[in-house]
Design a protein. Structure first.
Length: 124
């Protein structure tokens, strides 16, 4: 999934109530302007003042950082959850397409580079 896409549509359909596992192969990195991160993301001293502006904010999940790998259902933050370095198991809160993004401030996707590979499987 490209870091510069605000919503990366995987084409994978989730079924309400089913359990899934997302895995991220180790060693992958992507770049936010000049800061290189793995899928867990990070926040630099300069970014700290803007952390509350992240799409998935630390107010919603304290683990949310700049460039944390996020999953959701459709183009909705209502169902957003942290994948990070994975593996990440979750239950689909609704049916719909599995969508991912690098957690960033909405207008700042222009300076993102790189991509992550991930896989998703239904586990129950």
């Amino acid at each position: 999934m490209p870091a510069a896409e605000r919503w990366f549509h995987t084409g994978f359909t989730l079924e309400y109530g089913a359990r899934y596992r997302v895995t991220v192969p180790p060693g992958q990195v992507w770049t936010d302007w000049y800061v290189t991160n793995g899928p867990q993301g990070s926040t630099t001293f300069l970014q700290k003042a803007f952390r509350h502006c992240l799409r998935l904010s630390p107010a919603r999940d304290p683990r949310a950082e700049f460039f944390t790998l996020i999953g959701t259902i459709g183009e909705s933050l209502e169902y957003a959850f942290i994948i990070g370095a994975g593996p990440c198991d979750f239950t689909a809160a609704t049916s719909g397409e599995f969508v991912c993004f690098a957690n960033d401030i909405w207008p700042a996707y222009w300076n993102n580079h790189g991509s992550m590979r991930l896989s998703i499987v239904r586990i129950s």
